[in-house]
Design a protein around this ligand. Structure first.
Ligand code: KG4
Ligand code: ZN
Length: 373
């Protein structure tokens, strides 16, 4: 029995991870269970929505049970159930929402609707608070994942220390998300799915200056991003260099045999390919860094938060951590485990909404295009 702690169960099923977590007082992770569907979607080179919903259905009950058991709490001790209501895949979202609603009704506990993007922001805040680090608000936040690349100005509006935040969009991608560009380029080069982690590892062996990519043009809003141009530029580079095709075919075969480790793929990649990978990553990271720093300068903030799957990237972290402080900014990242989709971040965001008295009811529905406000 746990005394005097607010216990929030978080449930996340917006894309290809079925996740559940219990967080105490908005900052202490008692459990954080993630069932990834990567193996199921890998052979299609991307997330297949129907398969994702079916797998969430299979996983949701055991994953929530595991989160409760690992946290060493009972369902009756929970104060509320927080569930991702959007944005995401409608069928996938519905599995978590329906299960969250059923738990909330049967236990007589409040249901909290959480925006997945707000969850990513709370992933940073949760760990910063646990380490007694406190970003200054307003802050600028870059959310960079497979589905999103967006910059927000984040303000604190919580009275009584609720931690409730408000958001104003500063800019975002006009086409592909950065993670999507990683995944598509990895697909062209036959590096497997998802592309981010493998490109991250292989880029370390290439020359970042070997291939020059043009700076994307985003006329109108200087804080917008564009990543479809670089994807096309990689495609043209491959067309101009047909000698790279044979190693692509070899990697395809290796992946089909299940040999997808960085070492295995590196051993069948020429220096020219490693240079292309390193140059691609440098360009994407450079664009993310430059626009985020200029947004932070424009908004006159002190703190920068970076979250989402691509925030796990080594070069992105290194460059933000070395290049932001000289401009007077503090940078906050989640750990790698909390950068990608998880439910601890949903529970933490739910805790702030719970304290602010914002509860949902049985009419809660999936909102695939939910905006952050
Ligand atoms: O946040 P997330 O788990 O799911 C979405 O909300 O999209 O992000 C997944 C994305 C994928 O595109 C994946 O390739 C990318 O994050 N990613 C990375 C790294 N780890 C995951 N991209 C670059 N470097 C990484 N280390
Ligand atoms: Zn996400």
């Amino acid at each position: 029995m746990r005394n005097h702690e607010r216990l929030i169960l978080g449930i996340e099923s917006s894309c290809d991870e079925t996740a559940a977590a219990v967080v105490a007082d908005g900052t202490k992770i008692l459990s954080n269970v993630v069932a990834s569907q990567i193996k199921i979607h890998q052979k299609y080179g991307g997330v297949v929505p129907e398969l994702a919903s079916r797998e969430h259905l299979r996983q949701i009950v055991p994953i929530v049970r595991e989160a409760i058991e690992q946290a060493n709490v009972t369902l009756n001790e929970l104060d509320a159930i927080a569930v991702t209501s959007g944005p995401g895949l409608v069928g996938a979202l519905l599995v978590g929402i329906t299960y969250g609603k059923a738990l909330s009704l049967s236990l007589g506990k409040p249901l909290i609707a959480v925006n997945h993007l707000e969850g990513h922001i709370h992933a940073v805040l949760l760990e910063a608070a646990a380490a007694s680090r406190h970003p200054q608000f307003p802050a600028v936040c870059l959310i960079v994942s497979g589905g999103h690349t967006v910059l927000y100005s984040v303000s604190s509006v919580g009275s009584n220390g609720s931690g409730r935040l408000s958001y104003s969009r500063i800019g975002g991608t006009r086409d592909d998300a950065a993670g999507e560009a990683y995944d598509k380029v990895a697909r062209m080069l036959a590096l497997g799915y998802p592309g981010g982690p493998i490109i991250d590892r292989l880029a370390a062996f290439g020359d970042t200056n070997a291939v020059r990519f043009a700076e994307p043009k985003t006329r109108g809003n200087p804080f917008d991003f564009s990543f479809s141009g670089i994807k096309t530029a990689v495609l043209y580079h491959l067309k101009r260099n047909p000698q790279l095709q044979s190693e692509i075919a070899q990697r395809e075969q290796a992946i089909a045999r299940g040999e997808r480790s960085p070492d295995a793929l590196r051993s069948i990649s020429t220096q020219a390919t490693l240079d292309l990978i390193a140059s691609f990553q440098r360009s994407v990271v450079g664009s993310l860094l430059a626009r985020t720093l200029s947004a932070a300068e424009h908004c006159g903030v002190r703190s920068i938060l970076v979250s989402g799957g691509v925030a796990a990237n080594s070069e992105l972290r290194r460059r933000f951590e070395t290049e932001a402080p000289p401009h007077g900014f503090d940078v906050y990242f989640p750990s790698r485990a909390l950068s990608t989709d998880n439910a601890a971040m949903i529970a933490a965001a739910g805790d702030a909404r719970f304290l602010a008295g914002e509860c949902a009811d049985v009419t809660l529905n999936a909102e695939p295009n939910l905006k952050l406000a």
